[in-house]
Design a protein around this ligand. Structure first.
Ligand code: SIN
Ligand code: CO
Length: 411
């Protein structure tokens, strides 16, 4: 081997702020995100060879081959942290453990039949955040996270299905994927993991670094590592149940009634007549309550969309925010904002409902001056803000979010 490096870490670039969603992308095998959504999203699997062309270009040009920008050692180190959701799965026989792990608990690359899974990697590594940024042609509300798996030869989580849409990007080593559109999704009741009882492989491929496989929900699949240190990066999209959306929306709607002082007013029934059915809920109460429901438009969808949006903007459970060690005072903050980009911290979620913006579960545009509202709208849409237009941010939700570590300046 003439080259000093056997392999070189691939550094994924961040996506441009305005994604060219009508242009063909290598990531989707030469079709545009628009066409991908129309033909594949939630419909059928898509295998893309050379989804990240840099990998095959490097291997053709006798330059060092490319590998994952995050090493096995770094991943093991991350699995030791309690703010990282990690799992270790060993096969033969199947075993399952939750992190955080001690260094010794994660098998070495020489061992076989194990895999370490790390969720929410976009919050811990810029390369993962950059990969995720290419998927912003799918609504932010649907995005879950980027999970990284690293495995020894033979490692995998077994044949299973997910309720998620997932893009499985091969980043290091090879992985064999076997998939099936089978209807029988019954699980083996004897195992500590969700493993299909009767997996009937219909299609199989070996994915090389830079290849990608998209799977819609409920496609049975089984990925087995063929090389030690095999890494698969999965970009996952959640879809909450209607029960979850309604419960969370209604709960927040109930809370919001606190802000309407008129509702303290008590029910009164001067028109109540003598009744022979004293056990029945009074008609007068039903009538007046029904008027309130209508007046507050509680029977209309708009009433609880704020609660649903707030819910979907909640950060992950493990999210941890560190305010700046030496916070800038309001004037210094404004000056900074003219020169550096202010961005959501990697664990922050920002969603919009029309012109209202929700950040980490709070409606941050509520009771704010128009300048601040405009700043949040930009932050939500572009996930970055640099501006000369702000003049007073003291006490604003924008400055508060900066102090809380929800928003951070680009280095
Ligand atoms: C893996 O990356 O090993 C598993 C991903 C999956 O099948 O969901
Ligand atoms: Co899966």
């Amino acid at each position: 081997m003439s080259s000093f490096y056997l392999s070189k870490p691939y550094q994924p670039p961040p996506a441009p702020k305005n994604l060219p969603i009508s242009d063909p992308w290598a990531l989707f095998g030469g079709i545009s995100p628009k066409r991908f959504m129309k033909e594949y999203w939630q419909k059928k699997p898509l295998l893309v060879r050379g989804a990240i062309p840099a990998f095959s270009l490097a291997s053709q040009n006798s330059t060092p081959s490319l590998t994952s920008p995050i090493s096995y050692e770094e991943l093991v180190e991350l699995s030791e942290h309690d703010d990282v959701e990690s799992r270790l799965i060993q096969s033969k026989p199947w075993r399952f453990q939750h992190g955080p792990f001690q260094k010794k608990a994660v098998p070495s690359l020489k061992k076989s039949d194990w895999t370490l899974l790390l969720q929410g990697m976009e919050a811990h590594h810029l390369a993962a955040a950059n990969i995720l940024s290419w998927f912003r042609f799918i609504p932010d509300a649907r995005l879950d996270d980027l999970m990284i798996s690293v495995a020894g030869i033979g490692g995998g989580v077994g044949p299973h299905f997910d309720s998620y849409d997932v893009f499985l990007i091969q980043m290091s080593g090879r992985r064999q994927w076997r998939i099936s559109e089978q209807k029988d999704l019954s699980l083996n009741p004897k195992l500590p993991l969700k493993i299909l009882q009767n997996f009937q492989c219909e299609q199989e491929w070996i994915l090389e670094p830079g290849d990608m496989l998209y799977l819609p929900p409920h496609i049975a699949h089984d990925g087995i590592a063929l090389d030690a240190g095999c890494q698969t990066w999965s970009v996952g999209f959640r879809s909450p149940s209607f029960k979850e959306l309604l419960q969370e929306g209604l709960w927040r709607l109930a809370e919001s009634l606190e802000d309407i002082p008129e509702l303290e007013q008590k029910f009164a029934d001067p028109k109540q007549m003598a009744t022979e059915n004293a056990e029945q809920l009074p008609m007068e109460l039903i009538k007046q309550l029904s008027n309130q429901v209508e007046k507050l438009k509680l029977h209309q969808i708009d009433a609880f969309l704020p609660g649903v949006t707030a819910y979907l903007s909640e950060p992950k459970q493990q999210a941890f925010f560190n305010g700046p060690a030496k916070p800038l005072n309001p004037n210094a903050f404004l000056k900074h904002l003219t020169q550096k980009e202010l961005k959501p911290s990697p664990q922050t979620r920002i969603l919009s409902l029309g012109k209202s913006v929700y950040c980490n579960g709070d409606e941050v545009t509520k009771n704010q001056v128009p300048q601040i509202v405009a700043a949040w709208i930009t932050l939500s849409a572009k996930k970055a803000l640099m501006t000369h237009k702000l003049s007073n941010i003291h006490g604003s939700s924008l400055y508060e979010a900066y102090l809380a570590g929800w928003l951070v300046f680009d280095q």
